[in-house]
Design a protein around this ligand. Structure first.
Ligand SMILES: NC(=O)c1ccc[n+]([C@@H]2O[C@H](COP(=O)([O-])OP(=O)(O)OC[C@H]3O[C@@H](n4cnc5c(N)ncnc54)[C@H](OP(=O)(O)O)[C@@H]3O)[C@@H](O)[C@H]2O)c1
Length: 316
């Protein structure tokens, strides 16, 4: 190599090194420079860089958590232990999942300070009504082996919702639950609840993913300062979500997976999501969404995937 070629080679290497530094700075900004898009303030970063949202009562809730529907027995316990070890702090369960005992065992096994966790459970429809809701809550707490819940939701708007809500308000005021909320409530059902509620729900957990974007609910919840939380953030992979062509192209562009693009999309809309997985590789993969950013074109392309209908008609 002659001396001119050597100089060119050195310059080329310097250029590559500074590009790597610039890319690293870009990733850093992507992690820490996210604006508040839903309406609640994205606050401190917690374990492994999962930001919090601030609920309407001031409680902080991680914007990304771990779902446990369909996980049972040892698989459930192992998956929750792995999730906590990987960095998840929000764990979502429900009485009807039949796994609160295993979730509780996993929490103990994880060795993590209870105060570091954000545990959600839900009141099932069989326990609707004032007296039953109080009993249902105590059962949940006993099964989980916990002293309090961070978030307790009415799982579905069935039966005596007014009685259930009154019981939950009392438990909230007594400090047994840090925040109370609802799940699967339409804007009309929410309006009804708000007509008598003394404590406004902090969260509404509803089906939300690229195929069912819930834009009306999104706006209504935002107006009321009620945090939207997505269940089935991947639509459980229904309708080919993991191999969707648009998501695949966006994933390729960012060197990510379609699962990560899906979760990043929820995050950039300010929506809490709770993906579930029983595979360690997926559990870790689903956490790694804070080092890239979807641009406007990506967000618009995903918006067009909306079919505006549930992918779980059997649950309606
Ligand atoms: N409030 C309600 O009425 C309600 C209703 C449904 C769900 N939920 C809550 O929301 C949570 C999430 O919903 P969900 O569990 O129904 O469905 P989901 O999170 O949309 O999808 C779970 C499925 O995705 C797969 N998966 C996860 N990560 C993946 C990855 N990186 N790549 C490829 N596949 C991946 C999982 O398989 P692997 O195990 O193989 O990874 C599993 O089959 C539930 O677990 C539950 O806590 C609430």
């Amino acid at each position: 190599m002659n001396s001119q070629n050597q100089k060119n080679e050195i310059n080329r290497r310097r250029f590559l090194q500074s590009s790597v530094k610039l890319a690293a700075a870009g990733i850093y900004l992507g992690m820490f420079g996210m604006p508040d898009l839903f309406g609640n303030v994205l606050t401190d970063k917690v374990a492994k860089g999962i930001p919090d949202v601030k609920l309407n009562n001031g409680l902080k809730m991680p914007i990304l958590g771990f779902g446990t529907y369909g996980l049972s027995g040892d698989v459930c316990q192992k998956s929750v232990v792995e999730a906590i070890a990987a960095g998840y702090r929000l764990i979502d369960t429900a009485k009807v999942y039949g796994n609160e005992v295993e979730v509780g065992k996993a929490i103990k096994q994880s060795g993590i300070d209870r105060k570091q966790l954000f545990v959600t459970s839900k009141l099932w429809v069989d326990d609707a009504g004032y007296e039953n809701a109080k009993k249902g809550f105590e059962e949940t707490l006993t099964k989980l082996g916990l002293e309090y819940l961070d978030l307790y939701l009415i799982h579905r708007p069935r039966g005596d919702v007014k009685g259930s809500w009154k019981a939950m308000e009392e438990l909230y005021k007594a400090g047994k639950i840090k925040a109370i909320g609802i799940s699967n409530f339409s804007p009309e059902q929410l309006k009804d609840l708000l007509s008598y509620a003394e404590v406004k729900p902090a969260v509404n957990q509803i089906e939300t993913h690229a195929y069912f974007q819930q834009s009306n609910d999104y706006n209504v919840l935002k107006q009321h300062n009620i945090q939207m939380e997505a269940w089935a953030p991947f639509a459980e992979g229904r309708n080919g979500l993991f191999t969707n062509e648009v998501l695949t192209q966006i994933a390729k562009k960012h060197g990510k997976t379609t699962a990560q693009v899906s979760l990043r999309w929820h995050y950039q809309r300010g929506i809490v999501s709770i993906p579930r997985s029983s595979q360690k590789a997926h559990i870790v993969e689903n956490l790694n969404i804070f080092d890239f950013k979807l641009d406007d074109a990506d967000m618009k392309a995903i918006e067009k995937l909306d079919l505006n209908k549930t992918q779980f008609p059997e649950w309606s």
